[in-house]
Design a protein around this ligand. Structure first.
Ligand SMILES: Cc1cc2nc3c(=O)[nH]c(=O)nc-3n(C[C@H](O)[C@H](O)[C@H](O)COP(=O)(O)OP(=O)(O)OC[C@H]3O[C@@H](n4cnc5c(N)ncnc54)[C@H](O)[C@@H]3O)c2cc1C
Length: 402
């Protein structure tokens, strides 16, 4: 049974919460981290986890500063240097080298990221990991938050960070209202082998059913992320491999050639959520607890990692005893950053769903223009890579030790 007194208590040790804990501890704060579970990652099984995410160069720097990036097994990372996005007959291509970058991003398994972060946290003197555990009640005082754990333990903290995911119970308790959009779409995910090995291409087409992406896996296969109407997605996930591949190949015309072998498939419900405020006195939202976005741009976790770095930057040279100015700054910064990206992604998804393919034609026209407008492309790459002027310093330039 734990009785702890810390500066910051992070509720939720997913990637965003664990990264935030590491960054705050490295600034000299005492940090507690509670999660209902400990991460599990079984690389020995050989198969890649179905939950893979695209990590931007800015996020990579944040993960490095948190002590996690170097713990990832290089053989399980897939860098991508090229990106192709298609709608109708038009598209835009991006090459990392054209933008002065070595990579546009990496595909990484979520459990591998969680494990690397927790291993780093276990070695940090200012961190207390409390897991598996869950909270029973939370009381906010004038200068502290008191959390009672389900096993009877208590934790007192200057600030409580809610990083407990998209359906955050803490957000609900704090009375922080959200706007929600249920897309009636599910993302079908799974690995596919194509005629040509995928050695570093992130490809996406806006199909008549929804955006279909092929993202590189380290063994030359690609991870499919195909967002479609829920019923259709479920049906495709249960089809035989042959029937599924036939349908996939009717819609994907990537340079990788036809899909020839598909592995386990799974579908995930897609909901956009956006908290209207990120701070309520001494409770602050971070990661998916703050907002969750459609996966078509691969930005959800990247936004969460930007939150973690922005919170740490806002708190630089401040104590948990007097955080109000820092939290106000964090809220302003991340509400606008999250709304811009989240709103943009939402608008693209909704436009492409207009009847008669109208929206996809509009998007194609946009691609035609964007293909020629260099400043626009550069601004897009900087923002998507988490290295534009609005990104936290850690994302743009890294920590001095890096
Ligand atoms: C199909 C799909 C594809 C995606 N692709 C990308 C991509 O390419 N790039 C990208 O950046 N993002 C992507 N995302 C989004 C990304 O997966 C999420 O944004 C990210 O995983 C959220 O991380 P998090 O740490 O905020 O929350 P979570 O991973 O949900 O972690 C929350 C943690 O809180 C703990 N918790 C919850 N409740 C409690 C409680 N009551 N007590 C204690 N602990 C609790 C949980 O156990 C968990 O560990 C994708 C999402 C989907 C659905």
């Amino acid at each position: 049974m734990a009785t702890l007194d810390v500066d910051f208590l992070i509720m939720g040790g997913g990637v965003a919460g664990a990264a935030c804990a590491a960054l705050l501890a490295r600034q000299g704060h005492q940090v507690g981290l509670i999660d209902a579970r400990r991460p599990r990652f079984e690389p020995a099984s050989g198969e890649f986890d179905l939950r893979v995410v695209a990590i931007s160069p800015g996020s990579r720097r944040i993960l490095a500063a948190a002590g996690a990036w170097d713990r990832l097994e290089p053989a399980r990372l897939a860098a991508y240097r090229s990106m192709q996005v298609r709608s109708g007959a038009f598209g835009v291509d991006f090459e990392a080298a054209d933008h002065g970058l070595a990579e546009l991003g990496w595909i990484v398994e979520i459990p591998a990221l969680e494990m690397a972060l927790w291993q780093a946290l276990e070695r940090m003197p200012r961190i207390e990991l409390v897991a598996p555990a869950s909270w029973a009640s939370v009381e906010q005082g004038a200068e502290t938050v008191r959390v009672k754990l389900a096993d009877g333990g208590t934790v007192r903290a200057g600030v409580l960070v809610a990083a407990d995911g998209a359906r955050s119970r803490l957000r609900h308790l704090a009375g922080l209202a959200t706007d929600e959009w249920h897309y009636n779409q599910r993302a079908l995910v799974g690995p596919v082998r194509t005629e040509q090995a995928n050695t570093g291409l992130a490809w996406q087409r806006f199909t008549e059913h929804g955006p279909l992406a092929l993202l590189p896996l380290p063994d030359g296969r690609s991870s499919i992320v195909w967002s479609q109407p829920s019923q259709r997605s479920e049906t495709l996930s249960q089809q035989t491999a042959e029937a599924f591949l036939a349908e996939l190949n009717r819609h994907q015309d990537s340079p990788l050639g036809a899909g020839v072998e598909v592995g386990e498939r799974r579908t995930l419900a897609l909901v956009r959520r956006r908290a209207r405020q990120l701070v309520q006195h001494r409770i602050v939202l971070l990661g998916d607890a703050a907002r969750s976005v459609h996966p078509l741009a691969g930005q959800g976790l990247n936004l969460g990692l930007m939150d973690a770095a922005a919170l740490a930057e806002s708190l630089e040279n401040r104590t948990a005893q007097d955080p109000s100015l820092a939290l106000t700054n964090y809220q302003r910064w991340r509400l606008s950053g999250g709304s811009l990206i989240g709103g943009g992604i939402h608008a693209i998804n909704e436009t492409t769903r207009l009847p008669g393919g109208l929206g996809r034609h509009a998007l194609a026209a946009g691609f035609k223009l964007a293909a020629r407008a260099w400043p626009l492309r550069e601004a897009f790459v900087q923002r998507a890579c988490g290295i534009d002027s609005d990104s936290p310093r850690l994302a743009r330039i890294g920590s001095p030790a890096q």
